[in-house]
Design a protein around this ligand. Sequence first.
Ligand SMILES: *[C@@H]1O[C@H](CO)[C@@H](O)[C@H](O)[C@H]1NC(C)=O
Ligand SMILES: *[C@@H]1O[C@H](CO)[C@@H](O)[C@H](O)[C@H]1NC(C)=O
Ligand SMILES: *[C@@H]1O[C@H](CO)[C@@H](O)[C@H](O)[C@H]1NC(C)=O
Ligand SMILES: *[C@@H]1O[C@H](CO)[C@@H](O)[C@H](O)[C@H]1NC(C)=O
Ligand SMILES: *[C@@H]1O[C@H](CO)[C@@H](O)[C@H](O)[C@H]1NC(C)=O
Ligand SMILES: CC(=O)N[C@H]1CO[C@H](CO)[C@@H](O)[C@@H]1O
Length: 356
Amino acid sequence: MAAKLAVFTVLALLGSVSCQAGYGGYGYGGGNPTPPTPTYPPAPSPPTPTGPSPPPTAGLRVGYYDDKCPGAEGIVREAVRGANDGIKAGLVRLFFHDCFVRGCDASVLLQPTDANPQPEMLGIPNLSLRGFGVIDAAKTTLEATCPGVVSCADIVAFAGRDASYFLSGYAINFTMPAGRYDGTVSLANETLPNLPPPFADVPRLKAMFAAKGLDAVDMVALSGAHSIGRSHCSSFSDRLPPSNTSDMDPAFAAELQANCTSPTGADNTVAQDYKTPDQLDSQYYMNVINHKVLFKSDAALLKSNETIPLVYAAALSPKLWKYKFGQAMVKMGGVEVKTAANGEIRKMCGFVNKPY
Ligand SMILES: *[C@@H]1O[C@H](CO)[C@@H](O)[C@H](O)[C@H]1NC(C)=O
Ligand SMILES: *[C@@H]1O[C@H](CO)[C@@H](O)[C@H](O)[C@H]1NC(C)=O
Ligand SMILES: *[C@@H]1O[C@H](CO)[C@@H](O)[C@H](O)[C@H]1NC(C)=O
Ligand SMILES: *[C@@H]1O[C@H](CO)[C@@H](O)[C@H](O)[C@H]1NC(C)=O
Ligand SMILES: *[C@@H]1O[C@H](CO)[C@@H](O)[C@H](O)[C@H]1NC(C)=O
Ligand SMILES: CC(=O)N[C@H]1CO[C@H](CO)[C@@H](O)[C@@H]1O
């Protein structure tokens, strides 16, 4: 108890620990990706959340649909509840990917059309995003209940929140402000420059998060999303023997190498968190400390004196991390949101209302 209080104090002094939930794991494929030079848009300045229920972000507010479409959040939650753990993990990542490319505007959901043959969802080789079916199912029910009211961007945000709730065994339980509009632009070539790659170091991670108005505390907090989901071996194979340039635990590396070995040459997948693969929990931070993580960008958190204390704090105080994770998710949900002036409420999440 005393230890927990001490940790909490340390964290309070550091200015709140939140976690970067869900970058990486994109499985770029192709063993030796050349990092593109990111072009950083001007960073927005979202308000700093305070207290257990963070205030509305970027003009969004909690309970936005209470009068417009009562039950909207419940409909999304039920759609998420029925998904398996892999899809739930995919929904957390979908939210992250949506927000990091053109803001949280459901641009990640837009499908290829004649007018736009190369949308975001085709942007990264082996991206293997999941969860689109859950979003579409929720949207169908919502359109039948209150047509033209609930944006796909809000559905993605609610679904990311709800997946966190279920995968944490209801321990991560936070309110998500809403009122986002859907974007009409989705470009494949904007994905790589905006999504942090699995080989990023801390300065690069910090820069890419800062470009979205998120700080190192948010980044470390959101990284806890690597306690769920799976990754293609091609995203970290350069950290395994025989090339062996990493500080990975040797026994763990040998086990990964065995699991990644495929007689057919297929790019196998392995669990992000070998210990509790389907639980959104702070085990990830123990894995970082024990050198049992997949990506260079995970291991990097133990190589910067800015992120080291945040990693230890999250490992030592799971409860505090859960709170910070929720805060960071809300903050991320405020990134570059659209309004009625520059967005729409899509009728179908995969297509803009008027393609021409
Ligand atoms: C989650 O939080 C809400 C209040 O926002 C509360 O009503 C509900 O009981 C909580 N759920 C759990 C499982 O703690
Ligand atoms: C991205 O693709 C779009 C549409 O194909 C094109 O108009 C734009 O110039 C491209 N941007 C870059 C940076 O290549
Ligand atoms: C890398 O090689 C060194 C020296 O042979 C060895 O001590 C270390 O355990 C190896 N690391 C991995 C991840 O295999
Ligand atoms: C390797 O695969 C086995 C069998 O699926 C699994 O139990 C183990 O956790 C995996 N190890 C790692 C490090 O992924
Ligand atoms: C990190 O450590 C370096 C060298 O030890 C020092 O110059 C730098 O000020 C430290 N940064 C922070 C944020 O403490
Ligand atoms: C697992 C997987 O889908 N791997 C593919 C990644 O992309 C490269 C290039 O497009 C393919 O060759 C791999 O098979």
